[in-house]
Every structure is written in structure tokens, then in C-alpha cells.
Write a protein that binds this ligand. Structure first.
Ligand code: CS2
Length: 491
């Protein structure tokens, strides 16, 4: 059987056992504009919309996917050629997947080539929701919550509002157009792993617009809302092996399928300004206050991931499931979650934290999704301030332990140090600055210099309980290596 190229025309020719959209795609109208059509969005929000469409709902909540950056050209081209369709692959056992073609992305735009069309689309009356997955770093704020005015791209947008490059410039233009045209009622919803992601989006956008056109703020306050939300579904990076499996075993030729775990969760603060999809019909929890949930998820799952990723790297593992199955890492993860992260959480309505943590470990242990250590440790400079630092800050405030958090930072230091001769292998926006700090710290035999990067570490270097622990880990790791040191120190 020769594989069938995925596109609208060929949908009917796919093997009968492949799930395909059971609704008339051509009748679905766009209501959501989404920035960042990467794997996570396609495994999560687009999946939820597909479920609604299948129930005969959400007919005017199709998604227009925006590829914002020049580096998004490839995904734009692949998805456009496939009429927005892609395959979601959920592994069941080794080599076997539940395979479904998702059709909820009904339009696509590539911003660098057509910025005007993107602004028009965002400003269009039919767009009532703009959602974002722009990564933790995309919100452009410092650990103390201020807008980062050192970012060249953002400064460009401020000076050249007609030629936007960042999410801030695009939203500013679109909102200005909505204001001029009297188009009201927009919800801007972040779907990234940041505590109070909606509040942060509002604060950062306001900071930008206050400089660009301060008179708009009053209008924004009346016409735009920014609900907070907690999002969850582990979505590894798609690789060629996956595409080949899809082709050879399922007969579909898809340029960019998505693989993810079967678990999914979405909890949203119910404060939309205009109408919204009936999310609750497909298992989304709509709540008045999402903060206990987002705090729990980010500090336990994402923080736990960072620990497992860095420890796994230092122990030579390639995958997260291998790393977390090593008893040294399992013990460390459990102790971090119990003794440090959980101590910073309040009660989470309807959730038993012990069960939640056990489920997390099981999810991390899933051998079929092959989530790579490399994905987890990429972009760490944006992740530490959101996943680990809040735990450190709260623990320090409460005079409680930060030993394992300090070990996570020390492990990051070791990882960067080990790559000093291969800096190109570090996938991080701040790679060169981080490497500069590490090489300086190494030359001066003063690892604390690394903590001078306040844009990542805030003021932790002012806190002896943290710095002392960090230094003892660095020397333990140098002298004994990760395994022996962790055994000695934590078992
Ligand atoms: C991961 C997340 O990037 C990371 O470090 O922790 O991508 C994680 O897989 C998702 O947030 C799961 O919902």
C-alpha cells in the first residue's frame, strides 16, 4: 500500500480504521486566532475543539493558526499544503498508536510574509478569542515581574509599529484597529506554563502599549480580558522516525504529525468577555480562580521535569522515562516534590496531591512517548524563573529547605560547564550569555558568579541558605560525580 498524502481531498481515501474529522470542515468558521501552531497547541487546544466539533458544536470556533516568526515558516508550509490537517498519534504500546486526523485548524497565516493579513484577522469581528503558545520566554518579563526593555525585537516593534515582529507589536496593531473600528469584546488567553499566565500577559502587553499609545489603555480595560489557565499534555518533539512509522504502518504521509500522551487537562478561569466555546462539554474545568491549579502543575510537573531532565543528562540518559526510572532520580524527584515544591502549595480544590504526584511519576515513566531529555532542558533560562525559582523564593521566605532546588541549579551549572567546548549544542535563547557566565565562574573559581544572572535567578544570590547549599553541591558534583554525590547527600 503506498502512503496517502494528507490533505482535504485525500481524507476520504485514508484507511477506514483511521479516525478523521466527523464534521463538515468547510462549514466551520474561524472564531479563534492562535499564535504558535507547534506540537503542544495541536495536541491540546486544537484537540479540544475537534472534540466539540464532533459533538456538533463550536461551528464558529475554528482556529486560524498564526506562524509568527521566520523560524515558523516550515510548519506553516507543511500545514498549508495539508489544508491545516495533521495526525495526532497517541502511543498505546510499543510501536502502536491511536491515530486521529485533526481538522480544527481551518486557516493559516505566516506573519513575516503577510503581517497586514495577520493584524486584519486578529481585528476581525469574528475573532473573539486570541490564544497564545509563545513559550515561557515569549512574555518578556524579568523574575521580578517587569517588562524587559533590553529586548531588541520588542524595541524594534516600539519604533516601527507598522512592521511588527513580536507578539506585542502584532497585538498592539490589532487592538488599535479594533478600537478604531469599534470592534469590542476580545479575550486574550495564554496557554503557556506561567503562573497567572493571563495576568502576566495583560501586564506585559499594557507595559508595551503604555509606551506605544498610552491612550489605548482605557479602551483595553473595558474591552479586553485575559483569563488565567492551567494547561497540560506532555507532547514530545516530532522526529523522522515517527513520520516513517505513520507512513509505513498507517499509510499516511504527513509532514508534521504530533505525538502526545493520552492524558490531557485544561483548567480555565471563567472570565471571557464575549461568547466562548462550551469548553465544559469536553472536560475543561471552568473555575473562578485557577491559581492553586496552575501553581500545583507548574511547580510539580514542570519543575519535576526540569529536575529529571538535568539529572538524566548528567547520568547519561537520552529519554525522560529512562531517567525517572533510575532509583536515584525517582528518590530525588519524590523528595523534591514532597519536601520543597509541595510545601509551597495551598490546598488545591478537588485534588489529592499524593495521587496527583503519583500520576505524574507514572506519566513521566511512560516508555512509549519517548520524550527526550534534550527537549526538557532546552530553553532552561526561561524555565527556571517560572518552574523552580518560585519554589525557592517561597521556601526561603518560610525558612524551609532549598537543598534539592539548589541541586537542580547546580546540575544546570554542570550541564553548561560540560558543554563549554560545544556551546552550539545548548538550545537556549540566552546560550551565549549563560556560557559567558559559566566560563567566568570557572576561570575565577567562583560558581556564585553564575547566580549574578538576575534575569534568571532574581535575588537568590543574596540568600546564604541557597548559596551555601549550591556551593556544596557544586563541589560534591565536581569531586564525586552526580551519582555518588546524590547518594551521599540525599539517600
Ligand atoms: C515541559 C513541558 O518544556 C518542559 O519543560 O515540562 O513542556 C511539559 O511537558 C508540559 O507543560 C506538559 O503539560
Amino acid at each position: 500500500m503506498s502512503p496517502i498524502k494528507l490533505n482535504s481531498k485525500n481524507l476520504a481515501h485514508l484507511p477506514a480504521y483511521i479516525k478523521t474529522p466527523l464534521y463538515e470542515r468547510e462549514r466551520v468558521k474561524t472564531g479563534i486566532v492562535h499564535i504558535g501552531v507547534g506540537g503542544f497547541h495541536r495536541a491540546h487546544q486544537a484537540y479540544y475543539i475537534q472534540r466539540l466539533l464532533e459533538q456538533g458544536q463550536a461551528k464558529d470556533w475554528g482556529i486560524c493558526g498564526i506562524a509568527l516568526l521566520p523560524s515558523d515558516r516550515k510548519i506553516y508550509e507543511v500545514l498549508s499544503e495539508q489544508d491545516g490537517l495533521y495526525t495526532l498519534m497517541i502511543p498505546c504500546t510499543e510501536g502502536k498508536f491511536s491515530v486521529e486526523v485533526i481538522g480544527s485548524i481551518t486557516e493559516l497565516l505566516y506573519a513575516p510574509e503577510n503581517p497586514g493579513a495577520v493584524v486584519q484577522k486578529m481585528a476581525d469581528e469574528s475573532t473573539r478569542i486570541i490564544t497564545l503558545t509563545i513559550t515561557e520566554g515569549g512574555y518578556n518579563f524579568t523574575p521580578d515581574g517587569h517588562f524587559n526593555w533590553d529586548n531588541e525585537a520588542v524595541l524594534w516593534d516600539l519604533r516601527h509599529p507598522e512592521e511588527p515582529k513580536t507578539v506585542f507589536g502584532y497585538l498592539f496593531n490589532a487592538l488599535r484597529l479594533r478600537k478604531t473600528q469599534g470592534v469590542k469584546g476580545l479575550t486574550i488567553q495564554s496557554c503557556d506554563n506561567i503562573e497567572h499566565n493571563g495576568d502576566i500577559t495583560r501586564q506585559m502587553l499594557y507595559a508595551f502599549i503604555k509606551k506605544a499609545d498610552p491612550e489605548m489603555i482605557e479602551w483595553l480595560e473595558e474591552n479586553v480580558v485575559f483569563p488565567n489557565s492551567m494547561v497540560d499534555r506532555i507532547t514530545p518533539v516530532t522526529n523522522d522516525n515517527l513520520k516513517t512509522k505513520l507512513k509505513n504502518h498507517y499509510g499516511i504521509s504527513d509532514g508534521w504529525p504530533v505525538i502526545c500522551e493520552s492524558f490531557y487537562q485544561w483548567i480555565i478561569e471563567d472570565s471571557f468577555i464575549a461568547d466562548r466555546p462550551e469548553w465544559e462539554q469536553v472536560g475543561v474545568q471552568m473555575v473562578p480562580d485557577v491559581s492553586p491549579y496552575e501553581k500545583m502543575k507548574i511547580r510539580l510537573l514542570n519543575g519535576g521535569h526540569t529536575l529529571v531532565g538535568l539529572a538524566g543528562y548528567l547520568l547519561g540518559y537520552r529519554y525522560i522515562y529512562e531517567s525517572v526510572s533510575d532509583p536515584i532520580i525517582t528518590t530525588l524527584l519524590k523528595r523534591y516534590m514532597d519536601e520543597e515544591a509541595t510545601s509551597t502549595l495551598e490546598e488545591v480544590p478537588g485534588i489529592n496531591l499524593n495521587e496527583y504526584k503519583n500520576t505524574l511519576i507514572e506519566r513521566f515513566k511512560n516508555p512509549y512517548i519517548k520524550d527526550e531529555v534534550a527537549r526538557i532542558i532546552s530553553g532552561s533560562s526561561a524555565k527556571f524563573p517560572k518552574f523552580i525559582l518560585p519554589v525557592v523564593t517561597d521556601q526561603l521566605k518560610g525558612h524551609r529547605s532549598v537543598h534539592i532546588a539548589a541541586l537542580i541549579v547546580a546540575s544546570w551549572y554542570q550541564y553548561l560547564k560540560l558543554n563549554l567546548t560545544a556551546p552550539y549544542s545548548i538550545q537556549d535563547e540566552m546560550a551565549s550569555l549563560l556560557m559567558e557566565s559559566i566560563s567566568q565562574a570557572e576561570q575565577k573559581h567562583d560558581p556564585l558568579l553564575f547566580l549574578n544572572r538576575t534575569e534568571v535567578f532574581g535575588d537568590v544570590k543574596e540568600h546564604p541558605p541557597f548559596t551555601e547549599s549550591f556551593l556544596s553541591h557544586i563541589s560534591g558534583l565536581n569531586d564525586m560525580g552526580f551519582k555518588e554525590w546524590v547518594r551521599k547527600r540525599f539517600e
